[in-house]
Design a protein around this ligand. Sequence first.
Ligand SMILES: [Zn+2]
Length: 413
Amino acid sequence: MDIRFLGGAREIGRSALVVDDRLLLDFGMDSGNPPSFPIADVDPEAVVVSHGHLDHVGSIPSLLSGEARPPVHWTPPTRDLTMLLARDTLKLHGGTYDCPFTEAELARLTQVSETHGYRESFEAAGYEITFFDAGHVPGSAHVLIDDGDTRLLYTGDFHTEDQRLLSGTTARPDADVVICESTYADTTREPRPEIERAFVDLLERTIWEGGTVVVPAFAIGRTQEVLCICERYDLECYVDGMGTRVAELLLREPNREFLRDSDLLRRAKGNARFVDGRDGQRERVAEQNTVIVTTSGMLHGGPAMTYVPAVRDHPANTIAMTGYQVEGTPGRDLLETGSAEIDGRMMRVSARVEQFDFSAHADSEGLRSFLESYRESTVLINHGDRCETFADELRSGGYDASAPELGERLEVG
Ligand SMILES: [Zn+2]
């Protein structure tokens, strides 16, 4: 088996790998400024997708330009999330360099889509492929690729700990070679229930003191996770932004079967009031003594651009960040300096600002416990800021581990 790394090697963003020049695994984009795409054009016989995050699926419609019509294999939630993200990319950036595909290419995606559940093997480009639940976002999969000789496991992004929305991964299929993500190889996190408790305490305290809480959250997974927490603790809340559409999409058949407890999300959606932003609705909601869950998670767009300025002046209000803030984002600046550029305007924030690590990735301990099952395998580390260091650490622990570089071609098995 021959593997080529076209993106996501010693970096996060634009994940893309090709096996034997025939089978493409993920085809993402890095939505930074400027955005970046996988480093080479490909003409695969088939495409297999791990999960519906932009950095894994953002460039997929561009594979359908010209005459090429490779089948695209994924789970039903991954298909729906990809379509949603692609429509959003077209709406925001269609016709510019930032959007690598056209409306026509996106329309073709439904024709080549083939959906599969977990643990149902199928054939693609001559390989036997099986998806296993990766516990990252709804529909996320570890991908096992078997050519009859070598078994390659591409972990995709994964989480080992339970979230309200999803159970952590328990699948450890036999594999000769494992390509493993390493996003949080450096982080040790408190157990999720403790993080959740601290988060709820802050929300309850703010409400008790008469304030408003703004919870910036990613649209996919995080918004719904926060809604489930609000339901569980009986917190009244509003929800705004793309996360509302994702909640609706996840509750459809057959997507709901990919949730840990679809009834919980259904109740959580019922508990939350949906905001569509018409007629100054956002400004009115921001004055209430309530919780507002909204995109974007790092404050570089979305309805948060209305809510943050509306609540920033009063110290009784709270902005509760729910995820990692990439350097250079307004969310990061706000945490570090108490000021941030919101919607083109630099502003000082007097409201309380706190961060809670609701990450959907395994931390250092989670990665190591996962890899415990692969002590005899070849381990290739990707999708991280310090892939080489993590591979070095694994090697000193007795693993056959390395961190391939961008563009590298590797013979395995
Ligand atoms: Zn992801």
